[in-house]
Design a protein around this ligand. Structure first.
Ligand code: OSB
Ligand code: MG
Length: 368
């Protein structure tokens, strides 16, 4: 496929409810939507970099810069056989994995459309629907949190993740566990603790949690290994794992027992698959994380999560958990068994709602 042109759009969509994690809080969600044309076929990719650098150093601003000045000029006019081949072109750019992932996603969409195959089929996914849960932001009080969780359980979610930070952790998690003794429950600290301050998390070990996600800093693999040795509950790494190499090192050191895979964080679906394959061989469970994606990124995550090693429920919720309306015509709904159906049309399997896309576009740039 020969890349002919690319349009970048900075998109901002209001969230149905404020989403707060340990590092930041937002009422709307930004992303860059890429429209790539190759061989006359249009494909879409979502760059999951956020407005602020709370989760990752990448933001909409840095991604826009990297895409416009470096990555898109390097891929224009290039001929790719496989979407993952774009990684070679992108190698001259250090880091900026979310920007790279967005371009690759669009190429997967194009490849699928050209071959009349769904992304799930291209990747070798084995499930037509995948187990999902909901990621609940930090709330005003334990009681508000319990009410919020109750709401999601009423909607049919069978796995709950709650965000924690120092002073908003033990009481909150205990309250949810007490109210819902049997629910699949996990917590995510988004690196809000140090090896020392994480001692305060010890009571979590008695709450029968599925996992504790990213308690320490992203570059604290060695400290995570020390922490894991003190906890019965599995530690799961998110921010720390950017490559297969990181996954190997973390597992060899005993820094975690579970890995959260997000295609954006690791530089694309081909890299996400490599991490999946590596963990699958080592019998390490993985699950698909989320970045509050629009229907575009959600479709890609669903296809990825249909691979055999994704044995834990993903952070892939129904569209209405996030948005009032979406930029895709598809509206993802929660099935009664806490699953979401994987799209089966060619490529990502989504159609863009141009009216909504234009409504939420703040800035647009066509290249060349
Ligand atoms: O750490 O998993 C995270 C959202 C933004 C940044 C980081 C994270 C998250 C989520 C959202 O947990 C999961 C979802 O998309 O539903
Ligand atoms: Mg996380």
């Amino acid at each position: 496929m020969i890349i002919e042109s690319v349009v970048l759009r900075h998109v901002r969509m209001p969230l149905r409810s404020t989403f707060e994690i340990s590092s930041s809080r937002s009422d709307d969600r930004d992303c860059i939507l890429l429209e790539v044309i190759a061989d006359g076929v249009v494909g879409y990719g979502e760059c999951v970099a956020d407005r602020d650098p709370g989760y990752s150093y990448e933001t909409v601003g840095t991604s826009w810069h990297i895409l416009k000045e470096f990555l898109i000029p390097a891929v224009l006019g290039r001929d790719y056989i496989e979407p993952g081949d774009v990684q070679n072109t992108a190698q001259f750019i250090k880091g900026h994995l979310m920007s790279k992932a967005a371009v690759e996603m669009a190429l997967w969409d194009i490849k699928g459309k050209q071959e009349g195959r769904s992304l799930r089929n291209l990747l070798g996914g084995i499930r037509s629907k995948v187990d999902v849960g909901v990621s609940v932001g930090i709330q005003a009080s334990p009681q508000v949190l319990v009410n919020t969780v109750q709401d999601y359980i009423n909607q049919g979610y069978r796995r709950i993740k709650i965000k924690i930070k120092p002073q908003k952790d033990i009481e909150e998690t205990q309250a949810v566990r007490k109210a819902f003794p049997d629910i699949l429950l996990q917590v995510d600290a988004n690196s809000a603790y140090t090896l020392e301050s994480a001692d305060t998390l010890k009571p979590l070990d008695d709450l029968n949690l599925l996992l504790i996600e990213q308690p320490l800093n992203e570059d604290d693999i060695i400290d995570h290994a020390q922490l894991q040795s003190k906890f019965r509950t599995a530690i799961c790494l998110d921010e720390s794992i950017l490559s297969v190499r990181h996954a190997r090192q973390a597992l060899d050191l005993g820094a975690c027992r579970i890995i959260n895979i997000k295609p954006g964080r690791v530089g694309g679906i081909s890299q996400a698959m490599l991490i999946h394959d590596y963990c699958y061989k080592r019998n390490i469970p993985v699950w698909c994380g989320g970045m509050l994606e629009t229907g575009v990124g959600r479709a890609a995550n669903l296809a990825l999560a249909s691979l055999p090693g994704f044995t834990l429920p993903g952070d892939i919720s129904a569209t209405e958990r996030y948005y009032f309306e979406d930029i895709t015509q598809q509206w993802f709904i929660l099935n009664s068994d806490s699953t979401i159906t994987v799209p089966d049309k060619p490529g990502l399997g989504i159609d863009i709602d141009m009216k909504n896309l234009n409504k939420y576009t703040l800035e647009k740039l066509a290249l060349p």
